[in-house]
Design a protein around this ligand. Structure first.
Ligand SMILES: NC(=O)C1=CN([C@@H]2O[C@H](COP(=O)(O)OP(=O)(O)OC[C@H]3O[C@@H](n4cnc5c(N)ncnc54)[C@H](O)[C@@H]3O)[C@@H](O)[C@H]2O)C=CC1
Ligand SMILES: CC(C)CC(=O)C(=O)O
Ligand SMILES: [Mg+2]
Length: 346
């Protein structure tokens, strides 16, 4: 079997962590009769500098033809406030691929207890899946940008809410059977639409799943206070972006957190949840675990190679339990030496 992966390293630490995942995938695929073709394309700030467009047509076309897309991260201070920004390319890519559900699992791995702010007995019980709506809401609304006045529109349709809620309910059925839907229904019209749509879908098709609702401000507190109470957390784009960075701290570091962005087909976009980390870029300090775990999710969800995913996840778990890791988790490894170790054990 062969797989065609569009490889988008991006900016800052993006190429460091993406190349780590590429090395590990290449190594482990040999064992499993999978031939992986990585085709690299310009994306993000690097593409703005090369051709003035954060998502060049060639990159978009290649992603639409690939079996899956592996992405590092984009952005950086050089472009943050300019008219053309790397993040515009990322949003355009998510939209073009129609990957409306972003899955962000959060656990505390063995060996990470000392880096998690949680007590060890609570940390062991944390197993949460954040399902973040990814192609709607405020990141995709109309913007009006003036010197003294600006607006960002937040728009959701019932269909957009239902399709991502379905992913959350289906995931809950395979897990602990609970969904917590997070909104701001006491203030926002989009949140009341969200809550009604989730409730109605639940009543008609998923009444076997336990459902509750939480306002996002209270959720940001409960996430820290009692994270083991949550199974699947379903929320809209902006809230999911913020809550998942917060939740990653529970696991020990944002550098550990993976994501899979999925739509209706099998093709998916896989990236760590962190950004381009300009403060450590170019120093070989970035934690590659979030990207390695994203690569494992790619093998499982887009390529049907659960055994490769298991190999990668087991190797990472073994390394962390043995005290290996980069500086953000108190380790002595560089991104390269940690990746060398994973390549040895997969
Ligand atoms: N998906 C993407 O490509 C994303 C891109 N960005 C962009 O990235 C740039 C930097 O954004 P920030 O707000 O600084 O967020 P960031 O996630 O890049 O960094 C936040 C903090 O986490 C640390 N960190 C991040 N990844 C790490 C890793 N793998 N290992 C160890 N430490 C890590 C950084 O050193 C920094 O202290 C901005 O231009 C932003 O727009 C931000 C989030 C997501
Ligand atoms: C850079 C943004 C467009 C997105 C983001 O922060 C994320 O997806 O985590
Ligand atoms: Mg984010």
């Amino acid at each position: 079997m062969s797989a065609k992966i569009a490889f988008l390293p991006g900016d800052g630490v993006g190429p460091e962590v993406a190349n780590a995942a590429r090395r590990v995938l290449t190594q482990v695929a040999k064992k499993h009769d999978l031939s992986i073709g990585f085709n690299e394309f310009a994306f993000g700030g690097a593409a703005i500098d090369a051709c003035g467009d954060p998502l060049p047509e060639e990159t978009k076309a290649a992603c639409l033809e690939a079996d899956a897309i592996l992405l590092g991260a984009v952005g950086g201070p050089k472009w943050d406030m300019s008219e053309k920004r790397p993040e515009q390319g990322l949003l355009a890519l998510r939209s073009a691929l129609a990957v409306y559900a972003n899955l962000r699992p959060i656990q505390v791995a063995k060996g990470m207890e000392a880096h998690s702010p949680l007590k060890a007995e609570i940390a062991a019980d944390v197993d949460m899946l954040i399902v973040r709506e990814l192609t709607g809401g405020m990141y995709f609304g109309k913007r009006q940008e003036g010197k003294d006045k600006a607006t960002d529109e937040c728009l959701y349709t019932r269909g957009e809410v239902e399709r991502v809620a379905r992913i959350a309910f289906d995931a809950a059925r395979k897990r602990k059977g609970r969904v917590t839907s997070v909104d701001k229904a006491n203030v926002l019209a989009t949140s009341r639409l969200w809550r009604n749509a989730v409730n109605e879908l639940h009543a008609s098709e998923y009444s076997d799943v336990e459902l509750d609702h939480m306002l996002v401000d209270a959720m940001s507190m409960k996430l820290i206070q009692s994270p083991s109470a949550f199974d699947v957390v379903l929320t809209e784009n902006l809230f999911g972006d913020i809550l998942s960075d917060e939740a990653s701290v529970l696991s020990g570091s944002i550098g550990l957190a993976p994501s899979a962005s999925l739509g209706d087909g099998t093709r998916g976009l896989y990236e760590p949840i962190h950004g381009s980390a300009p403060d450590i870029a170019g120093e070989d300090k970035a934690n590659p675990v979030g990207t390695l775990a994203s690569a494992a999710m790619m093998m499982r969800y887009s390529l049907g190679k659960g055994e490769i995913a298991d190999d990668i996840e087991n190797a990472v778990a073994k390394a962390l339990a043995a005290g290996r890791g980069t500086a953000d988790i108190g380790g002595k490894d560089s991104c390269t030496s940690f990746t060398d170790y994973i390549c040895e054990i997969v």
